[in-house]
Design a protein around this ligand. Structure first.
Ligand code: SF4
Length: 128
């Protein structure tokens, strides 16, 4: 039987696991930008939304499937691996259609490879 106490403990552990996944994707984005000499968007709310989307897919599917596309079957897409971040276009040509990783010559590129968890939460809340 699920008691109010155990339900609240379950909610807390889900929140905790979501926080960890978001942190994992935030670190991945920072490190990958650095490694590829790419920059986040000058509008960091774009960066925040994409990192949130990657974390959501990582949590739900076990893999950070690109959040900026429509899929008929997300699990099948994960198996194909083409759109698992960093996707093939990014790895092969530094092309990120989500505007998460931008080369310096891109008109939307900002000058940072850093974003904090607080910024992600704040910017995503502002969009609601
Ligand atoms: S376009 Fe590719 S590199 Fe950019 S967020 Fe989507 S999967 Fe990641």
């Amino acid at each position: 039987m699920t008691t109010a106490k155990s339900a609240s403990t379950d909610n807390r552990s889900t929140d905790n696991s979501q926080d960890k996944t978001l942190e994992l994707m935030r670190k991945f984005a920072e490190q990958y930008a650095k490694r590829t000499d790419t920059f986040f968007c000058s509008d960091l709310s774009v960066t925040a939304a994409v990192i949130k989307g990657l974390a959501k897919h990582k949590q739900e599917l076990g893999c950070p499937l690109c959040p900026c596309r429509h899929y008929e079957d997300k699990k099948a897409e994960v198996k194909k691996a083409y759109w698992n971040c960093p996707c093939v276009p990014m790895r092969e040509e530094k092309k990120c259609h989500c505007l998460l990783f931008l080369t310096p010559d891109n008109a939307f590129a900002g000058d940072t490879q850093k974003i904090t968890t607080e910024q992600i939460e704040q910017l995503c809340n502002d969009m609601k």
